[in-house]
Design a binder for this molecule. Structure first.
Ligand SMILES: NC(=O)c1ccc[n+]([C@@H]2O[C@H](COP(=O)([O-])OP(=O)(O)OC[C@H]3O[C@@H](n4cnc5c(N)ncnc54)[C@H](OP(=O)(O)O)[C@@H]3O)[C@@H](O)[C@H]2O)c1
Length: 308
């Protein structure tokens, strides 16, 4: 594993992190608690230290499993959780009000069985709450020692700038992969310039970048791969084919799995602090961690750059 220092902070973060949306067991196919716990242990054993979760993943289920899995290992992990999503299913709304954050932090600490969160991230930008109210609340939690660092997720550059007026923003979590590169336009350069570490989600396109789908797969309407990620249906699936073909060509040539190549491509991009990869078992977690053990050549990076 390789580690990068969080700018101006005392955290060294593994360049591959573990994503736990799938642990929720509701929108990413079924998840067995035993497999999820083994995934956390395999991640830690293979050098991953950042575990990303959120109260909304399985409405507390993901945080609870992470809490169980890290018992006796708290000092080995950097817990990144989130705040600001309320409700269930199609009724989910964004709420970064001070009142809601006050409730969420207590629930997260309980579920994760810890007394502090290393990285506390606003899950989505909230147009209805003044930024100052949100950030003042988060700074208060920092002073109380309940959170160490503040991160944001799914914010535009304007929203990041607004947040920076009131708090020291350490990380931005954004959708980024070989199939989704829009943050390259302005978010990535801005964060690089301001020393904000980028943590990527959907790094495997929800799994499709492993090259496992020969034909368009069918997922239930409630599955994230049919409403959140756009690569599983119709034109989205067709568009992903060229990238996946390039991944497979490299995979055969260099004898590395396509998923590892996709993660390797992300982590070698300047400005990227860590690529989160979701894993539903120990095999996936260990395989994803292994993408930090070798380097993709500049020629292959270029080939993939041009594949979308
Ligand atoms: N901030 C946000 O708004 C936001 C949004 C989305 C996600 N996230 C975070 O980012 C994390 C990562 O995103 P994600 O989980 O949605 O998608 P992802 O990491 O792109 O894909 C994860 C899925 O890919 C498959 N997979 C993983 N490793 C594999 C391997 N080595 N070989 C083959 N298949 C493999 C697994 O699904 P199958 O086994 O079913 O194929 C796994 O659930 C989430 O878990 C969450 O922590 C944050």
């Amino acid at each position: 594993m390789q580690y990068k220092k969080l700018p101006n902070a005392d955290l060294n973060i593994s360049v591959i992190s573990l994503g736990t949306w799938v642990f929720g067991g509701d929108v990413f196919g079924k998840a067995e608690e035993k497999d999820c716990i083994e995934a956390v242990h395999a991640a830690i054993d293979n050098g991953i230290n950042l575990i990303d979760t959120a109260p909304i993943y399985g409405y507390g289920a993901s945080e609870k499993i992470v809490g169980k899995a890290i018992k006796g290992k708290r000092d080995k992990v950097i817990i990144a959780t989130k705040c600001g999503l309320k409700g269930k299913g199609p009724g989910i709304t964004i709420d970064l009000s001070a009142n809601f954050i006050k409730q969420e932090i207590e629930n997260s600490l309980k579920r994760l069985e810890t007394d502090y969160i290393d990285l506390y991230q606003c899950h989505w930008y909230d147009a209805n709450t003044p930024m100052q109210e949100t950030m003042n609340e988060l700074c208060g939690l920092q002073k109380q020692g309940k959170i160490k660092y503040i991160g944001i997720s799914n914010f535009t550059v304007d929203a990041i700038k607004e947040a920076q007026k009131y708090a020291d923003i350490k990380t931005l979590q954004g959708h980024y992969s070989l199939l989704e590169r829009s943050i390259e336009k302005d978010i990535l350069p801005y964060c690089q310039q301001k020393n904000i570490g980028i943590i990527t989600y959907g790094s495997l396109g929800g799994g499709i970048l492993s090259g496992k789908y020969e034909k368009e797969p069918k997922f239930a309407g409630s599955d994230a791969r049919s409403f959140f990620y756009k690569f599983y249906k119709g034109a989205g699936f067709e568009q992903s084919k060229k990238t996946i073909a390039a991944l497979k060509e490299i995979s055969e040539r260099i004898k590395k799995p396509a998923a590892q190549i996709a993660l390797n491509w992300i982590r070698q991009k300047p400005g990227i602090l860590s690529a989160i990869a979701g894993a539903r078992n120990s095999i996936q977690a260990a395989a994803n961690a292994a993408s930090a053990d070798w380097e993709l050549s500049p020629q292959d990076i270029k080939l993939l750059d041009n594949a979308l």
